[in-house]
Ligand binder design. Structure first.
Ligand SMILES: [Zn+2]
Length: 1118
């Protein structure tokens, strides 16, 4: 290799960086627009002043105050319409939701939707008689009216400097596979490289645009004359009968007197149940809350005795209901008062996550989830189900905290239930679900509302014989462009309804025109730049050699578009310690050339031609380079590294190449070398539990925030692989990664033998996964609500546009909504998420997801349609952002208080009157206390014993982009008794609750949380099982330093390893395997994951916490 040592003091040539300097709008939005003050992207889709002559609304129209635009943003050019004669959304008579549910939209490749739809329809039928017993004393409501006592607005610790405070900083993580059913068939991750790129199904191979409509000869599914869906009636189940105002709750029973002892120690006791414990539990689990479940969409089989509930008007609940809502504590009866323990609640009598998960699986796992009905609550993330898109986005793309939104802001505040959507725009779908179709409207681009710029979707209403359409978001009427005109049938539906994805499906893509591209120029394909730390630690640990070896084969697995033969992505290589080394790997060279830049203060790229290359063309030179790098630095003594200049170098290279891309940075230490972005060690665990604790989560310099902003502008996404042996300040180093939509991976004390599999699997997946570049997302909403807050790994330069240099298939963006007006039960509420991005082949696209929700005037309807897993996902993200600005204790208290208010509001307004000593939980939220406790006990909010500051920063940022399935298993890990597994079956053993008392000394268990898998071995496990699993003859011989199970040829070993492989495939990160022997010292670590138990650092047990919540609720009610 020829090495050209240069010590430039500045760029050798004027760099043709197209950057953003010249990037003046006609950018997104398709119209020449006046400059937008603070964002290059400001133009995108925005309700800009430049709207061309908005067509005066037909009839009464509400001012489009929603559409996701902040009223204060100053962008509103549509005020001329004023508030006038206001109408919320679409008039009921033209409500687009009248699509017959069973009339199958054209779903190419899938059969007509089975008639099982009817089962959903009928749930709107008469509710069970008992429903009417529901007390609903809204009139007397006082609790929730205190406005939010949520954590103080948690602005950014390191968000965009001038952006809107409530906007989140951005953090990274990857999402998870939701698709348990399919993973089994995908097989385990093979460890070896040759066959090891298990995810090598190139992320795009199946994801490319399907042609649409399909070949003209394709048979159209017959139209099934189904009755119009009575959606409008769905919002008014009789449970909400406002005329039933019950008397105030009876005074507390004398038996359930005040709490004694410390707050967390539980209640003195609810009144002894008047029914035997077991039946009480049964009812508790299955029937106790039935009065509010009556007409709930799709909650089939809620009652044990009525499995068909859902397809028939529900039978009346069992008449014998003696305080079924209460949590029985039978032992109280049996003990003399003095001996009553402070809490004698039977753990089996409190809501069980396992039971809820199992019930949902058996009730909802067998039939497809068809998205044609407004406001349907999807099955839980832990249930395997198939989704059929009939006009609303799949829950794989969007999940909401509630599918029935209060009509008024007052009601929402009263309930304290946050209204949020967790959106995963590029989610991977299982193979048997249809990928979004790509719609190409040619040069004219997608059809959009003239005013709010919403994209054509199934909820737009065509009028005047099809010549115009009325926007479902802002009610503005827009001319249908001539090329898009189509006649309407007698129901007012366009006759090409089923031929157009954008009219009949919830999710689809548009091919973007040049108007949606920077500089009015179609983008170049993106580039990947691999940047390898070659300082002493990295070399000595074998990491450098490992990375170089892996890249040799991995480069053949870069993402490809559709069925393209080779990836369009170009690659480049940099190594660094205190200085940077660039490599020329041009195909015409016999050997790679190195260019050294030692002046890191003003970073530039010393070569253009030959730095970013096509893998196939330059293969020989690249392989040669990767062979030489480990040798070149084998004897390095350099221990110091830089970091800021590394990102700057990658950014400059992408600028010079005029493309977006991703940096893969492999980094080992705190960057203390003299350079921009130099850091000092400021770790201080003594700050924990002080007011200064928040500084541990904040970056120590604003340098990286500014750099992140530049990276986002260029579409430069940064993925970071960290290999620290000590503190390296993840909170600061991670900033650019989070704000560019990248991912962080961390391998503390990296050792080749034990960690290489995990690292390589992560790297392979990360390199191959689907990613959109240079992305901008906007969420529009129908009149009455608007998006007000955002959580995730991104950057925002205004109040509406979420910008991401890269967005991959695992990342979620969480959006919170607030009312800005009244909603109506008739029109419901609509969301449209539009993501503009560049595909891996350089194609500019728009991915659109639409979702319609119900609206309610009765709180009971809200509580019946909540999704606790999503609620917890939101609350965790909210709390984790809060710690940037508030003491952790404040954040924890606010979380508890908010949840207590949610439950108190339910108790007061929706539950039947009963003794105050009873804890009454809404059916949909009966796991809220246990899950909330898990969030409170998590390392960010209550650090465990061995948890480092970097771990906490890492987890905080990871969780912020997690999807609902990931947070679910992260906070409440899955515990599987593998000794009970059926070796002849493909299925997983039934999970058990996370408590030590559920473990048997004679069994072996797996526990996974998305980051780790523990194998726990009881001291009394039969010798034969130990022999079969570990290949040793006794318990004492099992090595707890193993990080993989030996490959042994016996059914038990195969079964356990196959379970582990199944779990690994389901997660977006390769989990670390840890063997824990009972009573061994590692068991302490393991026990922290038994989240129903009291934790070593003071976290409450589930039972104690439930009692504490009960106390909080009672205080709110009294
Ligand atoms: Zn509109």
């Amino acid at each position: 290799m020829s090495v050209n040592q240069q010590t430039h003091t500045g760029p050798p040539y004027g760099q043709p960086q197209p950057g953003y300097q010249g990037y003046q709008q006609p950018a997104y939005g398709g119209q020449p627009l006046p400059g937008v003050p603070h964002s290059q992207y400001g133009v995108y889709n925005g309700p800009m002043p430049g709207y061309q002559q908005p067509v005066p609304p037909q009839g009464s129209v509400r001012a489009p105050s929603t559409s996701g635009t902040s009223l204060s943003s100053g962008h509103l050019g549509y005020s001329p319409f004023g508030q006038g004669d206001v109408q919320n959304g679409i008039p009921a008579s033209t409500a687009p939701m009248q699509r017959p549910p069973a009339s199958q939209p054209f779903l190419p490749g899938s059969a007509p939707v089975p008639v099982s739809q009817t089962s959903m329809l009928q749930q709107y039928g008469p509710p069970p008689a008992s429903v009417q017993q529901l007390s609903n004393h809204m009139a007397g409501m006082t609790i929730g009216s205190t406005s939010t006592s949520a954590p103080p607005p948690a602005g950014l610790g390191y968000g965009p400097p001038t952006s809107v405070p409530p906007v989140s900083g951005s953090f990274s993580a990857t999402g998870s596979g939701l698709y348990t059913p399919y993973t089994a068939s995908q097989g385990p991750l093979p460890p070896s490289v040759s066959q090891g790129l298990p995810l090598a199904q190139p992320p795009f191979s199946g994801i490319g645009p399907s042609s649409y409509p399909p070949t003209t000869g394709a048979p159209r599914p017959p139209t099934m004359p189904g009755p119009p869906l009575p959606v409008q009636t769905a919002a008014g189940p009789p449970t909400s009968q406002p005329n039933h105002v019950s008397s105030p709750p009876p005074p507390p029973s004398t038996l359930s007197g005040p709490y004694q002892g410390p707050p967390m120690s539980g209640l003195r006791g609810p009144p002894p149940p008047t029914h035997p414990p077991q039946p009480g539990y049964q009812m508790q689990q299955n029937g106790s809350f039935e009065q509010v479940r009556g007409p709930q969409t799709n909650y089939g089989g809620a009652y044990p005795g009525t499995p068909n509930y859902g397809s028939q008007p529900g039978p009346p609940p069992p008449p014998k209901r003696l305080d079924p809502d209460s949590i029985p504590s039978p032992q109280l009866n049996e003990l003399p008062p003095q001996q009553k323990p402070r809490h004698r609640i039977d753990p089996d009598a409190i809501p069980s996550p396992i039971q809820v998960i199992e019930d949902d699986r058996s009730n909802r796992g067998s039939e497809p989830f068809v998205t044609g009905v407004r406001g349907q609550v999807p099955p839980l993330v832990t249930t395997n189900f198939l989704v059929k898109d009939q006009g609303n986005a799949s829950p794989r793309y969007i999940r909401c905290t509630s599918y029935n939104i209060p009509c008024t802001s007052d009601m929402a505040k009263q309930s304290q239930v946050p209204l949020a959507a967790v959106i995963k725009p590029l989610a991977t779908l299982p193979p048997d679900e249809t990928l979004p179709y790509l719609v190409d409207h040619g040069e004219s681009g997608p059809v959009r509302c003239n005013r709010c710029k919403a994209y054509m979707c199934p909820f737009m209403q065509f009028i005047e014989g099809g010549r115009r359409f009325q926007c479902c978001f802002c009610s503005c009427v827009t001319e249908v462009p001539p090329h898009y005109f189509q006649h309407l049938d007698h129901t007012g539906k366009r006759v090409d309804f089923y031929d157009r994805p954008e009219l009949s499906l919830g999710s689809y893509e548009f091919l973007a025109t040049v108007d949606y591209c920077k500089n009015n120029k179609f983008p170049s394909p993106p580039a990947f730049i691999f940047m390898i730390d070659v300082s002493y630690n990295a070399v000595k640990s074998g990491l450098v050699r490992l990375i170089c070896e892996e890249l040799k084969s991995l480069l053949d697995y870069l993402p490809r578009e559709g069925n393209m033969e080779e990836s369009a992505i170009r690659v480049g290589f940099v190594t660094y310690n205190k200085v940077l080394h660039f490599y020329n790997v041009k195909s015409s060279l016999a050997q790679p050339q190195m260019m050294v830049v030692s002046d890191v203060a003003d970073m530039f790229v010393p070569l253009l031609d030959g730095f970013l290359v096509n893998v196939n063309e330059s293969r020989t030179v690249i392989i040669s380079l990767l062979d030489q790098i480990p040798e070149m630095f084998a004897d390095t003594r350099e221990t110091e590294t830089v970091f800021g200049p590394v990102i700057q170098a990658g950014l400059e290279a992408l600028k010079a190449a005029e493309c977006a891309g991703k940096l893969f940075i492999f980094h080992t230490s705190l960057p203390i070398a003299e350079a921009p972005g130099k850091l000092k060690n400021r770790d201080d665990k003594k700050l924990i539990n002080t007011d200064k604790e928040k500084t541990l989560f904040q970056p120590q310099t604003s340098f990286y925030n500014n750099l992140a902003k530049d990276c986002v502008a260029q579409g430069c996404c940064v993925d970071l692989f960290l290999f620290p042996n000590q503190y390296l300040d993840v909170a600061t180093l991670g900033i650019v990664t989070y704000q560019t939509g990248g991912s962080i991976y961390k391998y503390a004390y990296f050792q080749l033998e034990t960690d290489q599999d995990r690292f390589l699997n992560d790297l392979r997946r990360d390199v191959q996964k689907e990613v959109g570049f240079d992305a901008v997302m906007r969420v529009r909403t129908s009149t009455g609500i608007r998006a007000t807050d955002f959580f995730g790994a991104f950057f925002m330069s205004n109040t509406t546009d979420v910008e991401m240099a890269g967005l991959d298939c695992d990342k979620t963006i969480t959006v919170e909504f607030k009312h800005d007006d009244k909603l109506s039960e008739d029109s419901g509420a609509l969301l449209q998420c539009a993501l503009l991005y560049t595909s891996c082949a350089g194609q500019r696209r728009l991915r659109i997801h639409n979702l319609s929700l119900n609206c309610c005037t009765q709180l009971a309807d809200l509580y019946r349609n909540c999704e606790t897993d999503t609620l917890i996902n939101y609350l965790a993200k909210y709390a984790y952002r809060g710690v940037l600005n508030s003491p952790v204790k404040t954040v924890r208290d606010a979380l508890i208080n908010q949840c207590a208010q949610i439950l108190a509001c339910y108790r007061k307004n929706c539950a039947s009157p009963s003794s105050a000593g009873q804890l009454i939980l809404p059916e949909c939220m009966k796991l809220l206390p246990v899950y909330l406790n898990c969030v409170l006990k998590s390392d960010v909010l209550q650090p465990g014993l061995e948890v480092t500051t970097d771990d906490r920063a890492y987890i905080r940022q990871l969780v912020t982009s997690m999807d609902v399935a990931e947070t679910n298993v992260f906070f409440y890990p899955r515990l599987l008794p593998v000794t009970k597994a059926d070796v002849d079956s493909d299925s997983l053993p039934a999970a058990i609750r996370n408590s030590e008392e559920r473990l048997s000394k004679g069994d072996i268990y797996l526990l996974e949380n998305g980051l780790n898998i523990f194998v726990w071995v009881g001291v009394n496990v039969q010798q034969g099982l130990i022999q079969n699993l570990f290949g040793v003859s006794s318990f004492s011989q099992i090595s707890s330093t193993l990080n993989t199970l030996p490959v042994l040829e016996n059914p038990f070993s195969k079964k356990v390893r196959s379970i582990i492989d199944m779990l690994q495939v389901q997660r977006s990160r390769y989990m670390k395997l840890i063997i824990v022997k009972q009573e061994d010292k590692l068991e302490m670590l393991f026990k922290q994951f038994l989240v129903e138990d009291k934790s070593l650092t003071g976290g409450a047990s589930y039972v104690d916490f439930l009692c504490h919540m009960h106390k909080e609720i009672r205080q709110l009610l009294s």
